[in-house]
Design a protein around this ligand. Structure first.
Ligand code: AMP
Length: 542
């Protein structure tokens, strides 16, 4: 017997239709790439997305064809997300921070035929367009007045190109399982891998993260996604914000502390989201200027581990609550949020901050397990490490053009490549990437935990821990530190600071000082580069 409810496929355009109908005038504020602050609304975004969908079809875009974007967070990029999927095409967000060769590889692998790009990236595209024979037209996200002279193939200014359509258009009918979006993982080894989101997975994911214990957006929120739309499905904020009718503030190309501070206070932002390095910049700016955060209630921190001093700084000095989140491109991307449960809500002070270092528990639609290398489930005791595996309707089942290659275990779980513990209350704590974990005497040492603790030392600006070869123990931890500019510091004082906070056998064998730690295009510490840099290094006494 079938249920007797309506057939209402989960298509992405329904999100912007909902926002335009019930929250039409909600402000969408952007720092335009051309400079000034630009203001629009959900009503207008929908109208222009319809125009874009119509114009794309007139351009010859076929259902399922990939249309690429190379753009900052602005209203035009938001329109592109809805316009491209509304034409039954696939919105492929390309990360401009990758190496040029990698960008070209990704565009060719995805077989992008049209490219919508910000002014910033015109020189980059001019330099690689010979390697992109498949792209038939470059549409520059600007108006005629700002359009530069360019050699880009069939280049046109977005505004005049868009104006050739009137928006009298009905969204393309697509199956809810049809592809809607695409993002490549920025793997540190091997070729990037294409993750393909569907209409259904994106709608379900946005519904899941809008629950109260997770992103939980409301119509009265003003959300500033600093995380770029080209990182991991934009942390799904382009879907979850209009779904809730929340206002949006889009910071464009400027993500330094002063520019973000100006938007946060000036536009009444209540919730914002980005990787820890962005927040390091904001906190340094606030500390240096004595500034405050006048409207911000919550800051979502993820993409790499949020160090405890950062959580304490936001919460105790600026009155902003921190939500530590974990996710990955393959998870659409949010996997867990560290929000309180009845079992943890009485925690305060030290115990509360110790909890907030964890990545948290998953929303409905994400199922987790930890296993040993042989696939045996590990106990949820908060101490036993295991490979973290996940399952759900918004978790990748295969990569683009590798559909026949199994990436799931026999129970249908995807191996995240992270190593984690899970405690009795279901809070997951990432201890490492599996390839970064330090194996000493057959036991695992968490590099992230040592890094987090070291960051609490007053003279440490940034810390990274890698394993270096040891004849007896296989590997021992080496702590690599970027000291704060004004600080005089020595290794012994940092080791003394760690003493008593970690097991004796976790203690780094040495501390090395560097002026900079390399980061990947998505802001993560690049351990492969560090291991290379320190490949000739010998531990003291060896
Ligand atoms: P990406 O697909 O580029 O978003 O990278 C996903 C990876 O980032 C995860 O598999 C983790 O290794 C790492 N990651 C994301 N969020 C966190 C977090 N809160 N703490 C530690 N690692 C994180």
């Amino acid at each position: 017997m079938l249920g007797l409810m309506q057939d209402w496929p989960l298509r992405i355009h329904r999100i912007i239709d909902h926002a335009a109908r019930y929250h039409p005038d909600r402000p969408i504020v952007s720092r335009a790439v051309e400079g000034p602050i630009h203001r629009t609304s959900y009503h207008e975004v929908r109208q222009r997305a319809l125009q874009l969908a119509q114009r794309l079809i007139r351009e010859g875009v076929a259902p399922g064809e990939r249309v690429a974007t190379l753009a900052w967070n602005t209203w035009r990029h938001l329109e592109a997300w809805y316009g491209i999927t509304g034409a039954a095409a696939v919105c492929h967000t390309v990360n401009p921070r990758l190496f040029r060769g990698q960008i070209a590889w990704i565009i060719n692998h995805a077989e992008d035929r049209l490219m919508l790009a910000d002014l910033t990236f015109v020189p980059l595209l001019e330099a690689i367009q010979e390697q992109l024979p498949g792209v038939r037209r470059f549409i520059v996200l600007t108006d005629d007045a700002h359009m530069p002279a360019t050699t880009l193939r069939n280049a046109v200014a977005y505004e005049s190109w868009l104006a050739e359509a009137d928006g009298d258009f009905a969204w393309a009918e697509v199956d809810e399982n049809a592809a809607a979006g695409m993002a490549y993982t920025s793997g540190t080894t091997g070729d990037p891998k294409g993750v393909v989101y569907s209409h259904r997975s994106n709608v379900l994911h946005a519904l899941a993260v809008n629950n109260g214990d997770f992103l939980g957006l409301r119509a009265r929120d003003v959300v500033m996604p600093v995380v770029p739309l080209f990182h991991a499905n934009g942390w799904a904020i382009p879907y979850s914000a209009p779904m809730a009718g929340a206002g949006l503030v889009l910071p464009g190309a400027k993500m330094d502390g002063a520019s973000l501070h100006e938007l946060l206070n000036g536009e009444g932002v209540t919730i914002t989201a980005a990787v820890p390095t962005v927040w390091l910049g904001l906190l340094q700016h606030l500390d240096a200027t004595g500034g405050s955060l006048t409207s911000l209630e919550r800051v979502v921190i993820g993409g790499s581990a949020c160090p405890r001093p950062m959580t304490e700084a936001f919460e105790t000095r600026y009155g902003v609550s921190v939500a530590h989140a974990w996710g990955m491109t393959e998870l659409s991307p949010l996997g867990t949020f560290c929000s309180l449960k009845p079992e943890t809500s009485a925690l305060a002070g030290d115990a509360l901050y110790a909890l907030k270092v964890k990545q948290g528990h998953p929303p409905f639609t994400v199922d987790m397990k930890i296993t040993d290398d042989a696939g045996r489930p590990q106990p949820w005791d908060g101490a036993t490490f295991g490979r973290l595996k996940v399952k759900g309707p918004a978790v990748a089942g295969a990569y683009f053009k590798a559909e026949s290659k199994a990436i799931l275990d026999e129970e249908g779980f995807f191996d995240t490549g992270d190593v984690a513990t899970i405690d009795a209350h279901g809070y997951m704590h990432i201890t490492d990437r599996s390839k970064d974990v330090i194996k000493s005497g057959g036991e695992w040492i968490s590099s992230i935990e040592i890094e987090n603790l070291a960051m609490g030392h007053p003279a440490v600006a940034e810390a990274a821990v890698i394993g270096v070869a040891h004849p007896k123990w296989d590997e021992r931890p080496l702590l690599i530190v970027v000291p704060k500019a004004e600080a005089a510091v020595d290794g012994a004082s940092i080791l003394a600071y760690l003493d008593g906070k970690i097991a004796k056998w976790w203690m780094p064998d040495d501390v090395a000082f560097v002026s900079e730690i390399p980061h990947t295009a998505t802001g993560k510490i690049q351990k492969t580069a560090l291991r290379e840099q320190f490949s000739a290094y010998r531990l003291p006494g060896l």
